[in-house]
Design a protein around this ligand. Structure first.
Ligand code: ASP
Length: 403
């Protein structure tokens, strides 16, 4: 029998969860453990995943001898477009407020948020941990990220032999963590079933729940649309002096592949071929920018992380201060850099942002059910941004392109 694809499994689980929650709400404790177990699994991987992903990422970039002008330009483009994407998401989620007033049955008290009420100075100082193991065990994401970046950076500064050993070690550990994460992701349908059934049975008004989820999806899609159709083409046109429509035609195949596979990494060979053959970018530029882009430049993911985290805060009735929203922006950027180019990596990363601003992890329960659908759109946006970056950088290096 042909295996049903993960996104169909999740969709079926979603429907079954809703039916169970609506009609068998009294028995929900028999199945809600599946959701708990799934969330525990995600929690288990998050710290080692972030740690190894950032360390190996930073150590590898430092290794590439390319980290000269081209590297700086590329990184500059990646950070800039990701921030534009996040701000677009922030704008729409604050205007449309998909979570506000939605009584989603979240009964849990939000305690952690209290300590995010600290002053800016205090929070910044606390990024430097006094005890890194304490930071690991309490899941203080900003401190863990800070430590990982430092660690990765200084790996590149040690002697050749130990540097290679350390880089290989962290690359390998990261691969193992990825495998464990993929293994846990396979259980998403069960998690969705358990969580959705529980939430639906608790939700005072199912109609409101559906409506809110609809507005949430709309917010993500609208913001992605603006970034895809307006921001990136404008950058391509004015900074790259490239016709965005022609460039879009050149990369339709990778974009469709990204959409259907939800994986920028799996799409990478197609992106490279299209940008080289159809846009006329040299292999020197594509072989540096595109693989790097597929792993760290994820505009769609960054935007999604920001909208999702603020949606969850809104649903919990937590009013994030301006400063807390800045923390969301920064962690969304880091989370998108840390996310791997595989399906649903972005979902795992939301836990980083939730921990950073002190929101309960259970909040991802609901968005989990629609994550896979939104993943298709954000992955296409990720690949579109990578390809725009490649042509812009090629142009800035004086290359003559076909578009
Ligand atoms: N699926 C995305 C990608 O491969 C990552 C994510 O889950 O947001 O680009």
């Amino acid at each position: 029998m042909k295996k049903i694809q993960l996104h169909w499994q999740i969709l079926i689980a979603l429907v079954l969860g809703v039916v169970f929650g609506l009609y068998f709400g009294g028995y929900v404790s028999y199945i809600s453990w599946m959701g708990d177990l799934f969330l525990r699994g995600l929690r288990m991987v998050i710290v080692p995943l972030i740690l190894t992903s950032i360390i190996s990422g930073v150590a590898n970039i430092g290794n590439a001898e390319n980290l000269g002008r081209l590297g700086l330009k590329t990184m500059g483009y990646y950070v800039m477009t990701s921030i534009i994407a996040i701000l677009t998401g922030l704008f729409f989620v604050n205007i449309l407020k998909p979570g506000v007033g939605a009584d989603l049955g979240f009964s849990q008290e939000v305690e952690g948020i209290a300590d995010s009420g600290r002053s800016l100075g205090e929070t910044l100082i606390n990024i430097v941990p006094t005890n890194i193991f304490d930071a690991f065990s309490t899941g203080s994401m900003l401190s863990i990220i800070f430590f990982s970046v430092l660690f990765g950076f200084f790996i590149t500064k040690i002697k050749d032999k130990p540097r290679r050993i350390m880089t290989d070690f962290f690359n390998a550990t990261f691969d193992v963590m990825m495998k464990i994460t993929m293994f846990i992701i396979k259980f998403t349908p069960y998690g969705v079933f358990g969580i959705v059934a529980l939430q639906v049975s608790k939700a005072p008004d199912f109609g409101v729940l559906v409506q809110r989820m609809g507005i949430y999806m709309l917010t993500v899609l609208l913001a992605l649309f603006v970034h895809f159709v307006i921001s990136l083409p404008l950058l391509t046109k004015f900074i790259g002096k490239v016709n965005p429509v022609k460039h879009f035609r050149a990369v339709t195949t990778p974009l469709l592949t990204a959409f259907s596979t939800s994986s920028s990494s799996a799409t990478l060979p197609l992106t490279m071929t299209a940008v080289e053959k159809n846009d006329g970018v040299s292999n020197k530029i594509t072989s540096f920018t595109l693989p790097l882009g597929a792993t760290i430049n994820m505009d769609g993911t960054a935007l999604y992380e920001c909208v999702a985290a603020i949606f969850i805060a809104q649903a919990y009735g937590v009013d994030l201060t301006f400063f807390q929203q800045i923390i969301v922006v920064i962690t969304a950027l880091l989370a998108s850099i840390g996310a791997a180019g595989i399906p649903m990596a972005g979902m795992v990363m939301i836990t980083v942002i939730l921990s950073a601003v002190g929101l309960p992890l259970e909040g991802i329960g609901l968005i989990l059910s629609v994550d896979r659908i939104l993943d298709m759109f954000r992955t296409a946006t990720n690949v579109w941004s990578d390809s725009c970056g490649a042509v812009i950088i090629a142009k800035s290096e004086g290359e003559k392109l076909k578009v």
